[in-house]
Write a protein that binds this ligand. Structure first.
Ligand code: NAP
Length: 279
């Protein structure tokens, strides 16, 4: 029987511990940790994600400052807003919801977030420092996946891991995190040839393709650990989980796998940032 990597349950445990940390922090410093979220435009899915992040803050007693900017916001205006949040001593973490409207230079906006407040791990500096093991907040989704694998004591060292997807927020940082834990890592992308053959010997599979049920059960080795970062309407991921779940040694369900871990990691890292700011 495959082990279900229950992100929902672990996120709940994390929230219970965070509630206590927030209480103690408030007692000690007289202030409450705060996450600022920036939503540009009116993408309904993005609005839902931002709302879920604000709700998670509220559940653990943290503050969230919700900044909504119109779709016609310019890069300069967005950079100005990020600069103001960087300078605000009451803001511990900044989340810029991806994607922003196409006319905005999203990379420039991410880079403008100060390293200390980059709790979503989106800056190049944060990525570089995380990759070098020099201390920085990792990108929330892959960090959440690593926390989930560790919670279930999944062996990583020496394993053959295949990451499908190379985006700056999931695939690339995921690969570096697995590499730093001594996995042998292959990163696949849209130009990769022979994906099913590459995957056939994978001990750990991370699906971050953004295409529903793209990865087929028949490509997966029996006993593999299958992590699906994808999320699509109808509770479908990037992996054909129905077929994969009985072959896998362990797998993340949808919903209740990676999604809750992303949000939980974001607020956990905001708490860490608040504690660092006063230490
Ligand atoms: P993305 O930026 O669109 O990246 C998708 C990656 O998949 C790209 O690197 C792309 O390759 C690769 N790809 C596309 N077609 C492929 C193919 N035929 N074979 C192999 N690789 C292929 O997506 P993302 O932001 O990383 O998100 C990935 C998924 O995670 C989405 O379903 C998204 O909804 C989900 N997501 C979930 C959470 C969560 O909290 N659970 C958070 C964020 C995102 P190229 O680089 O060559 O184009």
């Amino acid at each position: 029987m495959a082990v279900i990597l229950d992100g929902k349950a672990l996120a709940k445990e994390t929230e219970a511990a965070l509630t206590e940390r927030v209480r103690k922090f408030k007692e000690r410093t007289g202030r409450v940790p705060q996450l600022a979220t920036i939503l540009v435009g009116n993408n309904p899915a993005s609005a839902t994600y931002v709302k879920m992040k604000g709700n998670a803050c509220a559940r653990v007693g943290m503050l969230s400052k919700r900044i909504e900017m119109p779709g016609e916001t310019t890069t300069e205006q967005l950079l100005g807003q990020i600069g103001a949040l960087n300078a605000d001593p009451l803001v511990d973490g900044i989340l810029l919801q991806h994607p922003v409207p196409k006319h905005i230079d999203e990379r420039a906006a991410f880079e403008a977030i100060s390293l200390e407040k980059d709790v979503d791990g989106v800056t190049s500096l944060g990525f570089g420092r995380m990759s070098m093991g020099c201390g920085a907040y990792g990108s929330a989704t892959p960090t959440g996946i690593m926390r989930l694998l560790d919670h279930y004591k999944i062996d990583i060292e020496g394993k053959f891991a295949v990451v499908i997807g190379r985006s700056p927020i999931i695939g690339k940082p995921m690969a570096m995190m697995l590499l730093n834990r001594n996995a042998t890592v292959v990163i696949c992308h849209s130009k990769t040839r022979g994906l099913p053959d590459i995957m056939r010997y994978a001990d750990i599979i991370i699906g971050a393709v953004g295409k529903p049920k793209f990865i087929k059960a028949s490509w997966i080795m029996d006993g593999a650990v299958v992590v699906d970062a994808g999320y699509h309407p109808g509770n479908v991921g990037d992996i054909d989980l129905e077929g994969a779940s009985f072959k896998a040694g362990a797998y993340t369900p949808i919903p209740g796998g990676v999604g809750p871990m992303t949000i939980s990691t974001l607020i956990l890292q905001t708490m860490d940032a608040a504690e660092k700011s006063v230490s």
